[in-house]
Design a protein around this ligand. Sequence first.
Ligand code: NAD
Ligand code: NA
Length: 398
Amino acid sequence: MIIKPRTRGFICLTSHPDGTAVNIKNQIEYVKSQGEIKNGPKKVLVIGASTGFGISSRIAAAFGSGAATIGVFFEKPATEGKPGTAGWYNSAAFEKEAQAAGLYAKSINGDAFSDEIKQQTIDLIKKDLGTIDLVVYSLASPRRTHPKTGVAYASVLKPIGQPFSNKTVDFHTGVVSDITINPIDSQEDIDNTIAVMGGEDWKFWMEDLQKAGVLANGVKTVAYSYIGPELTFPIYRNGTIGQAKNDLEATASTIHSILKDVNGEAYVSVNKALVTQSSSAIPVVPLYISLLYKVMKEKGIHEGTIEQMYRLFKERLYTENGEIPVDAEGRIRIDDLEMREDVQQEVDKLWKEATTENLEQISDIKGYREDFFNLFGFNFDEINYDAETNEVVNVPSI
Ligand code: NAD
Ligand code: NA
């Protein structure tokens, strides 16, 4: 196949297997260049393992700590004339590299919200690894079918209370415009969003894993959250998705209790705003990210998902003295550089100035686009996009 990027809104409909392989290799090289994570995890389950923070967590565990990894995700392989999804190719590339390095790596492709996929995962752990010592929960999804009731929930991205008006950007065209996002119609919008992106499924996973006896003594589990600046509060932290994140964060202490018998610990890590398939779907946020990238790159403190996940493991979850630094609410913070006062002040200033005319100059919209296309394996210099792609022989082992 000859594969070119085809976009519809904030979605890229195609992915390039050779380009995604370069993306994965670059991430692996980064981790190797940073050196070993001492006392790091050895048997890791990553739920939401194929893109964004999830694939980077898997790479940091495997190549930073020599971990055996099982990845769970929901992706599509190529079909006649149609490329597979980026997460499918990422996982194929990851498995190939892991196996070449002598590391165990297997994947399960299916609905992580379902009881069936949880059971399949437990069976695989029992057969191959016995126990798991780290569970990373990195799911991002717009919908969830509840495994006990069969009810299908769809999340919404809305403010609560009053309409929210602010600037936003179409990152393809660079057009900055004003938008108004209407608030929720009813409490149901909040409840549905919590049902999809809140903590219940993380709890179900940890309960099932615990009951099956596949968690090692001292097991850790981590899920990802976001806070961000005040200017995105109405659409993010104080909006419907923020209510789900509050629920996720509260679930950490519930899980802590579930894990008492195995001396386990549950954490939420607050991560930096980054270009992923999920974040590009949130209005206002892409403009914020393109200004944030500009400021952080100028200050030499920009990080991508792999830099974030390596730092999470090395300087938070697996420190040399064994202590995990957390904030007053018990959360791990790797959004510390994003939230630095000097960074936020400069972003604020640029935010007020940003227009279609000055965007290319005052923001890193170029870097935003680059990251977006890179997610799907495009815009890599190493790849000739006019050539036939290599056949992906080493598909994820399912
Ligand atoms: P992403 O879209 O890149 O990754 C989502 C993952 O979930 C993929 O592996 C996908 O296959 C998997 N998935 C989705 N639905 C599934 C299902 N039903 N069954 C199995 N797998 C499924 O998203 P991301 O940005 O890496 O987000 C991961 C977490 O990090 C989320 O909790 C998100 O809120 C959080 N986070 C993101 C940002 C950001 O800026 N992107 C910042 C802080 C925190
Ligand atoms: Na992810």
